[in-house]
Design a binder for this molecule. Structure first.
Ligand code: PMP
Length: 295
């Protein structure tokens, strides 16, 4: 359940009961998917609740707004302060934070909005894709052409692509989809980035048709600090036959192992892979138990 009668959300300058944080059915965002959002996590740390990489997430929210011409009246600092206050008012320390910037005014035109609304909601959310290594399938749906939409922005409408890809994969009995870009290269999951491991090194798709995940960047930094080579380059799904292991990363999913991609099975238990080690370091980092890396 995302909210109860006691839940408080932030909406347009006020802290209100979540049940009253509503918008009208004539809102431009509802009709056209013209909104942007973030997915952030707060963790209990020895120093109290800490929002992991708040600045990076709210900078990306600003970037996403600019990319679609949606105004955003709150600074990174204000959004961070508001998020801590929403957590506190709900008595939450380990929580998922969902800021949403939307065009709530009744407006059926296809012109960029001149004003926006801001919601910050929080809820308790376990690892989005669970704890067990995932069986992926290459999706028949591709990531959208980056020349058609600003694909590196976290735009609500892009997630129709994610929803149909994920639903199609689950309908065929898999746990999640793996989407290719328009050139047939592996891009990412519906809500998480993808890495594979071979001969002690990591490979991940470069920017271009993916969301540049903040978890992805964190994992690349952790790996490089540990002396592991990480290469950002294009590759097709056939190259996964030579991979020894794979994993996905995302704020909601954190770091999750991949058991197989269609008929390619990764035999090594995730815990014994580089991804497994990085998952433990990631957890230590976000919960304030470590700052450095030594694998
Ligand atoms: N790709 C997509 C399409 C996503 O929705 C997400 C989740 N925000 C990610 C990757 C991972 O991004 P992050 O690590 O910043 O959460």
């Amino acid at each position: 359940m995302y909210y109860s009668a006691d839940t408080v959300a932030f909406l347009d300058g006020e802290f209100v009961p979540a049940a009253q944080a509503t918008c009208g059915v004539y809102a431009q965002s509802l009709h056209y998917g013209y909104a942007v959002f973030e997915g952030i996590r707060a963790y209990s740390t020895p120093a109290g609740p800490r929002i992991f990489k708040a600045e990076e997430h709210f900078e990306r929210l600003h970037y996403s707004c600019r990319a679609i011409g949606l105004p955003l009246a709150y600074s990174v600092e204000e959004l961070t302060r508001i998020s801590y206050e929403v957590l506190e008012r709900n008595g939450l320390t380990d929580a998922y934070i969902r800021p949403l910037v939307f065009a709530g005014a009744p407006n059926m035109s296809l012109k960029a909005a001149s004003t926006s609304n801001v919601l910050v909601a929080v809820w308790e959310w376990g690892k989005y894709l669970g704890d067990q290594s995932l069986r992926l399938t290459v999706s028949p749906y591709e990531r959208p052409n980056p020349k058609a939409v600003p694909i590196e922005a976290k735009v609500a409408g892009h997630y129709v692509n994610s929803i149909i890809a994920s639903t199609e994969a689950k309908g065929r009995g898999y746990d999640e989809a793996l989407l290719l870009d328009m050139h047939g290269h592996v891009a990412e999951g519906p809500g998480a980035n993808f890495f594979f491991e071979r001969q002690g090194e990591l490979v991940t798709p470069p920017a271009g048709s993916i969301l540049r995940g903040i978890t992805r960047n964190t994992i690349i930094d952790l790996a490089r600090e540990a002396g592991i080579t990480v290469t950002e380059r294009f590759f097709g799904p056939e190259e996964l036959r030579t991979a020894e292991a794979a994993f996905m990363t995302g704020t909601a999913a954190e770091v999750i192992g991949i058991a197989s991609v269609d008929d390619v099975v990764f035999e090594r238990p995730f815990q014994q892979t580089i991804g497994g080690m990085l998952a433990r370091h990631y957890h230590a980092l976000v919960t304030g138990q470590s700052v450095g890396v030594a694998l």
